[in-house]
Design a protein around this ligand. Structure first.
Ligand code: PGA
Length: 253
């Protein structure tokens, strides 16, 4: 059974004390996670040790990094490597968020290196893909997303890709309040799964969790997550509000 995942993406938000408060509020909430459900909270790097310490007792809740640098160490001022993240207990790293692709010019090949670096330290890449509005309007979103996946993931062996989580996040829905309809999400998630099946076989494709991201809120999560190929969400804005994120966790299948 595929993992169903509610992943928070705090992005570059919250002070130390606000982060601490939000974690306390989240952890004292009374949601129950079943065996195949996970909560992953991706926090700014500076809060990772605090967050890991806080969730230590809570089973099914993990802390993720929002990024890593592909090299293990060296003269890369300001960067943080995957082995450094592993050394503080990180097991999940978000790779290729559209904001990093756009504002930091991260290319498909650079992202492939980050995916490799993440897997090399035994962590799970949460690999983001998704099209801009112009591509959606032209109706070529499937080809666009397939190319992102092929270019950054198809260097992986079958065993390696089984460890990846994919997050489909249409750029036109991120932070805009404009969600893809559940039909649109289902259609492209099923397509992504077919692309994986063609390369790695049906069994592996069926085992990979594919999350939807882009204005997921308490009031649309149940509908979106109920789609057969949607295995939860990657949530930005609504993950900063404890009642919203709790409702999103409760919306997991
Ligand atoms: P949003 O962000 O939920 O605020 O649209 C999602 C994301 O960027 O991961």
């Amino acid at each position: 059974m595929r993992k169903q995942i509610a992943a928070a993406n705090w992005k570059m938000n919250l002070s130390w004390s606000e982060a601490e408060q939000l974690l306390n509020d989240l952890l004292s909430s009374s949601y129950h996670l079943s065996e195949n459900q996970q909560v992953i909270i991706s926090v700014p790097a500076i809060y990772i040790p605090l967050a890991i310490q806080k969730v230590a007792e809570k089973s099914g809740v993990h802390i993720a990094a929002q990024n890593c640098y592909p090299k293990a160490n060296g003269a890369f001022t300001g960067e943080i490597s995957a082995p450094m993240l592993a050394s503080v207990g990180v097991k999940h790293i978000v790779i290729g968020h559209s904001e990093r692709r756009e504002y930091f010019n991260e290319s498909d090949t650079f992202l492939a290196e980050k995916v490799n670096a993440t897997l090399a330290i035994g962590s799970t890449p949460i690999f983001c893909c998704g099209e801009p509005l112009a591509i959606r309007e032209a109706g070529t979103q499937n080809e666009y997303v397939a190319k992102q996946i092929e270019a950054s993931l198809f260097q992986l062996s079958a065993d390696e890709i089984s460890k990846v989580v994919i997050a489909y996040e249409p750029i036109w829905a991120i932070g805009t309040g404009k969600t893809a309809t559940s039909d649109q999400a289902q259609e492209i998630h099923a397509y992504i799964r077919s692309v994986l099946a063609k390369q790695y076989g049906e069994n592996i494709a069926q085992s990979i969790s594919i999350l939807y991201g882009g204005s997921v809120k308490a009031n649309n999560a149940v509908e979106i997550f109920s789609q057969p190929d949607v295995d939860g969400g990657l949530v930005g804005g609504a993950s900063l509000i404890v009642t919203e994120f709790n409702a999103i966790i409760n919306a997991l299948k």
